[in-house]
Design a protein around this ligand. Structure first.
Ligand code: PFF
Length: 446
């Protein structure tokens, strides 16, 4: 049973960036920032990304590369005869629940794509996009079918082995996504009244910061980087020892922040220019973006291209969720991969049905005052993921010596030693302290 490996350095970076960049940056970030007051949320998100997210990303890479194992075995291998394997198991369960609602939104993209290709979006006014989309996602059969299709596409790739499935495609699609986004930003910021949206997004109004918004920003920072669930542990386990981990961290963090910035600049100017509300929730980008595109020459053609790339970005993230689960269940026994992947996929679809129907027949079913979709989303993004991140940040300095860590990161020179110390102390003290404080603040203990 040989260990699979990435074919190239870029292949790994694109795959890890592909896991990071997905619905989190393009769909979730704008709507959470929209409800969370804009600029202040963005700033706190940036701080969390740089001070907590980046160190943790390197930490997950180290665990994966050092152990060369799946999410559960990795912790057991590095801390034998302990309960630390639970961190990997928590990641597996989190990814399972995560994909159950992530696939719902993946399905929405597919439905919108069909609608756009059919010509159903031609000539609509900005308000009409919103109502058409609302109607579309409340229809149970098509949404369930689309969700199923999204899961099947994911399974087909993961069943083949992620390395072969995604490396090649990512190299073309990711740069294309960046280019299309840039185009969109140019159109959006030149709309009439765009400056109000830019101010909303980039000017931090700290009066809007509440404990809950800080928690949302924390969850968002980890979510967009696929942290806390050992996704990056799993991906880094397919890396050869020669790969420079800090460099990959820099590229991924940079790309991630860049795409979040582009998403914000593409959406908020449009929101204000068309007189829409920034706090429309999960449907926000689906009503705003087609409206911005429709202001361009050949707008719908570009919108279709955008939806395709958006779908691809969502899929590359979904691959990593399934890969964690499958890698942990097959433990490198490739003969089981196909069967396990299909079984997991079907189960995720079944668990995801209530989330899918949350926008239609089950919209009145509320648990803790929110729909099932929102409940799953909140639990994953703001409880399970930060909890996983907390445990990982405790695990690394506790179970791995400084020497081992330095070796894994391959740092020798003096300058690099300073980098190492900054990383180590941020991870050992700052990350767990910040997460605990944010939790305590929200629970009102502080
Ligand atoms: N980072 C992905 C996104 O922003 O869409 C979400 C994600 C993928 C989270 C994979 C966790 C994960 F394991």
């Amino acid at each position: 049973m040989s260990q699979e490996q990435w074919n190239s350095k870029v292949g790994f970076i694109f795959a890890a960036a592909g896991s990071a960049i997905g619905l989190g940056a393009i769909w979730k970030f704008p709507y959470v920032a929209g409800t969370g007051g804009g600029g202040a949320f963005f700033l706190v998100f940036l701080l969390f990304t740089l001070l907590l997210g980046a160190p943790l990303l390197l930490g997950e890479f180290v665990i994966g590369r050092k152990s060369q194992s799946d999410a559960v075995t990795a912790y057991q291998k590095l801390a034998p005869n302990s309960y630390w394997g639970i961190v990997g198991k928590l990641g597996v369960v989190t990814c399972f629940i995560l994909l159950s609602f992530y696939s719902v939104v993946g399905g929405w993209i597919i439905l919108y794509l069909f609608e756009a290709i059919r010509g159903g979006l031609n000539g609509l006014s900005p308000e009409q996009f919103g109502s058409l989309f609302g109607e579309m996602i409340s229809n149970p059969l098509p949404t369930l079918l689309a969700q199923f299709l999204f899961i099947v596409m994911t399974i087909l790739v993961v069943a083949k082995g992620v390395q072969q499935g995604i490396e090649k495609a990512s190299k073309i699609m990711m740069p294309a996504l960046f280019i299309l986004f840039l185009l969109l930003v140019f159109r959006s910021i030149s709309l009439e009244g765009a400056s109000e949206g830019i101010t909303f997004f980039l000017y931090p109004d700290f009066t809007k910061l509440t404990s809950e918004i800080i928690l949302l920003a924390l969850g968002q920072a980890f979510f967009t980087l696929s942290l806390g669930v050992s996704a990056m542990v799993t991906y880094a386990s397919y890396l050869p020892k020669t790969h420079n981990l800090p460099k990959s961290v820099f590229s991924i963090i940079f790309m991630n922040i860049f795409i979040v910035l582009l998403a914000g600049l593409a959406i908020f100017p449009g929101v204000f220019s068309f007189g829409m509300e920034p706090d429309a929730g999960p449907v926000l980008i689906f009503s705003v973006l087609p409206a911005v595109f429709s202001q361009m020459q050949f707008g719908m053609v570009f919108f279709i291209a955008f939806l395709l790339l958006f779908l691809f970005a969502a899929l590359t993230s979904a691959f990593s969720m399934v890969e964690i689960i499958v890698a942990a269940m097959t433990r490198k026994d490739q003969s089981k991969r196909k069967k396990v992947t299909w079984t997991v996929g079907i189960l995720i679809f079944i668990v995801g049905i209530p989330s899918c129907l949350s926008y239609g027949v089950l919209s009145d079913v509320l648990v803790f005052n929110v729909t099932i979709f929102d409940l799953f989303d909140f639990a994953v993004s703001n409880v399970f993921i930060p909890l996983g991140a907390l445990l990982i940040s405790i695990f690394i300095p506790l179970k791995l010596s400084k020497r081992e860590l330095m070796e894994e990161i391959a740092l020798g020179s003096q300058k690099r030693k300073i980098f190492f110390s900054v990383w180590y102390y941020l991870l050992k003290y700052f990350t767990p302290a910040a997460i605990v404080l944010v939790f305590m603040d929200v629970l009102g203990v502080l």
